[in-house]
Design a binder for this molecule. Structure first.
Ligand SMILES: [Zn+2]
Length: 267
């Protein structure tokens, strides 16, 4: 589509470079030369670009909500205590954003069980009862056992290798390295939805787990339980792995309940 001699320069540049189009050049070129296939194409590209700009305007709000959500997840890990009251206005002020994305982030966190909302009491950080914590651990056990079965079925060698590597690389003295160790099992299962559920369940217990890791009395026992899991994975024995996992999680439940009881001033 070489430039015709009768086409003014700005219209010609539009025809050869549609990305440079403006409303004026589109109108001018239509008036000058009438419709052609090429014009239609150029006009469509112009419309697509305009639509893209409109979508771009919508994007920041989406991102703000995600940012508020992620900032809250971080704050729930290391700032807010269970049962602490939080308000959207205060969080919005601290993040320097409007209230709306924070309210949307709160809704998601309530649905995921990180926060609770009661009439007249507002929004609080979830403060699970011992029975609710026990239920969460039983769910973790069921889902991790499913991951163990699937991992051994689809990637037994990789599972054993990655678990061994992760165990050797981690200090074993913080919640993050414990999570990294368990994530190997979630990832190797090839079940991304189950892994996503596990991540949420796991993170809902982070506050007490961080307290738990401050107690060095548990390090040795936890390391021995992790070693038993790796040995089971290396032998490729599903029952042995499920048993080691269940034992580790039930031990973890016992330890977390001790921490919660201490935190609430119960012996
Ligand atoms: Zn562990």
């Amino acid at each position: 589509m070489g430039g015709s001699r009768s086409t003014p320069l700005h219209v010609h540049s539009f025809l050869t470079d549609p990305a440079s189009a403006s409303r004026e050049t589109v109108t001018a070129s239509l008036a000058l030369t009438g419709f052609s296939m090429h014009h239609t194409l150029c006009c469509m590209q112009y419309a697509v670009r305009e639509a893209g700009d409109a979508l771009e305007l919508l994007k920041p709000r989406e991102t703000l909500e995600q940012q508020a959500y992620e900032a809250m997840r971080q704050a729930l890990r290391d700032k807010f205590a269970p049962a602490e009251r939080i308000t959207a206005s205060e969080v919005a002020r601290q993040l320097g954003v409007s209230r709306m994305p924070v309210v949307q982030a709160f809704q998601r966190l309530i649905a995921e069980g990180f926060l609770t909302m009661e009439p007249h009491k507002g929004v609080r950080v979830a403060d699970p009862t011992p029975a609710a914590v026990r239920e969460r651990y039983l769910t973790l056990i069921a889902l991790e056992n499913l991951c163990a079965t699937e991992s051994l079925r689809v990637a037994a060698d990789e599972l054993a290798r990655d678990m061994r590597r992760q165990l050797e690389a981690s200090s074993g003295t913080d919640s993050e390295s414990d999570q990294a160790f368990h994530e190997v099992l979630w990832r190797r299962s090839g079940l991304p939805e189950v892994a996503a559920h596990l991540a949420v369940l796991w993170e809902r217990g982070t506050y007490y787990r961080v307290l738990l890791f401050q107690d060095s009395r548990y390090y040795e026992r936890r390391a021995a339980e992790h070693e038993a899991m790796v040995a089971a994975a290396e032998s490729g024995d599903r029952d042995q792995l499920v048993e080691a996992l269940t034992k580790h999680r039930m031990g973890g439940l016992e330890r977390v309940l001790e921490v919660i009881a201490r935190q609430h001033g119960r012996p």
